[in-house]
Design a binder for this molecule. Sequence first.
Ligand code: TTP
Length: 194
Amino acid sequence: MSRQLILASSSPRRQQLLEQVKIPFDIRKPDVDESIISSRSPESKVEQLAKLKADHVSLLTEQEVILAADTVVSYQGDIFEKPHTEEDAMNMLSALSGQVHEVYTGVAIRTSDRIKVLAEKTEVEFWPLSSKEIHHYISTMDPFDKAGAYGIQSIGATFVKRIIGDYYNVVGLPISRVVRELRDFSIYPSFFQS
Ligand SMILES: Cc1cn([C@H]2C[C@H](O)[C@@H](COP(=O)(O)OP(=O)(O)OP(=O)(O)O)O2)c(=O)[nH]c1=O
């Protein structure tokens, strides 16, 4: 039986990461109200959100495998999602300046009869940021589609002193762990010879 991966995400980063490791997939975007998940634990929040997104995409055949994910930034008990306003972005980046925070990505992999849900954590330390630096960054608009108001893969790279854990987890998908989990669902990179 040949399996077909369906990425339940509109994130260009998640699409690029699957392309990078040569896993073929189709896209089916979930339309969910993320505000219904109110967990205060970042780990359980990203797991519940990933599961919610996976559950909101229809399985059209028994062969399909749905992959969904959710990323948040966690700092001293606060959870930072995507900033809605410049003020939100300013507050998030000011809080993260000079500090260590955690990035959690939850992943859900679902078929008609099985679901696997997991969360991966990466620690990120920021250099101290000046308010001028933060203002300039916000004026690029880069923060607004990213949890915690920064992109480690874009200009936000200049803020990062060190990380512990998977870099790709910060970008939105812990790709090596996902590839390993997908093997259990008979999904392999296109170059893989069985
Ligand atoms: C911290 C950080 C987050 N991000 C992104 C990853 C996620 O796309 C986004 C968090 O929002 P999510 O709600 O996880 O994902 P999304 O809305 O972009 O896509 P979808 O729900 O359709 O799958 O933040 C970066 O790109 N770089 C970073 O350094």
